[in-house]
Design a protein around this ligand. Structure first.
Ligand code: GDP
Length: 198
């Protein structure tokens, strides 16, 4: 699938105010600074559809984008940014869990993880929570260009192994991407395209 049109629709902090639409949606979430905005911009061929932020964790909004006039890409706030206060963390968790639990249009969540790091509890616990709540998800490894091919492969294998040693019986679908080099773009978009066509 190629993205030929992408438009911003609405931002909010309340799942009830998300677009009143039956279109399927695919959500992107991950730790602040993981490369989510860069990935969304790469996927949509836009320089700044999603705002790459110098101040991670600042804007905590559910952002809907209409893609190819046929599905919604949802940019969710980055989690785990130390400088966010406890109160706003709690508020964040609430509106984000509400989104996942209530949004019937959600088809698949993509959890972004920086391929340079080993699995962090904040990410794996979030994946477990998605699993417990029956929300299909895939893993998007980001910043693949920052590692040499051998190290990249080793890290992906380590990540898979740790998931299998944990609660998972099989590794969720995963994609190795680089927003600066374009890696993984086709695979990820084709995956969404295939689910969307069925
Ligand atoms: P977000 O906070 O998750 O939206 O992350 P951003 O997209 O703003 O990216 C955070 C930082 O990582 C920025 O300095 C980006 O330029 C950098 N970055 C994001 N994706 C990549 C990538 O694929 N390769 C490299 N080398 N840097 C990246």
């Amino acid at each position: 699938m190629k993205i030929t049109s992408s438009e911003f629709v609405i931002s909010n902090q309340d799942v009830k105010r998300c677009p009143d639409s039956k279109l399927a949606e695919y959500a992107f979430i991950g730790r602040s600074n993981v490369g989510k905005s860069s990935l969304i911009n790469m996927l949509t061929n836009k320089k700044s559809l999603a705002k790459t932020s110098g101040r991670p964790g600042k804007t905590q909004l559910i952002n809907h984008f209409l893609i190819n006039k046929s599905w919604h890409l949802v940019d969710l706030p980055g989690y785990g940014y130390a400088r966010v206060s406890k109160t706003s963390k709690a508020k964040f968790q609430k509106f984000i869990t509400n989104y996942f639990k209530q949004r019937r249009q959600l088809v698949c969540a993509f959890v972004l993880v920086d391929v340079r790091h080993e699995p962090q509890p904040i990410d794996t616990e979030f994946m477990e929570w998605l699993g417990e709540n029956g929300i299909p998800f895939g893993i998007v490894f980001t910043k693949a260009d920052k590692l040499k091919p051998n190290a990249l492969e080793r890290n992906v294998e380590l990540y898979k192994k740790q998931l299998l040693d944990g609660v998972w019986e099989e590794v969720p679908p995963y994609f190795v991407t680089s927003s600066s080099h374009g890696n993984g773009k086709e695979e990820l978009l084709n995956y969404i395209g295939e689910i969307n066509d069925n």
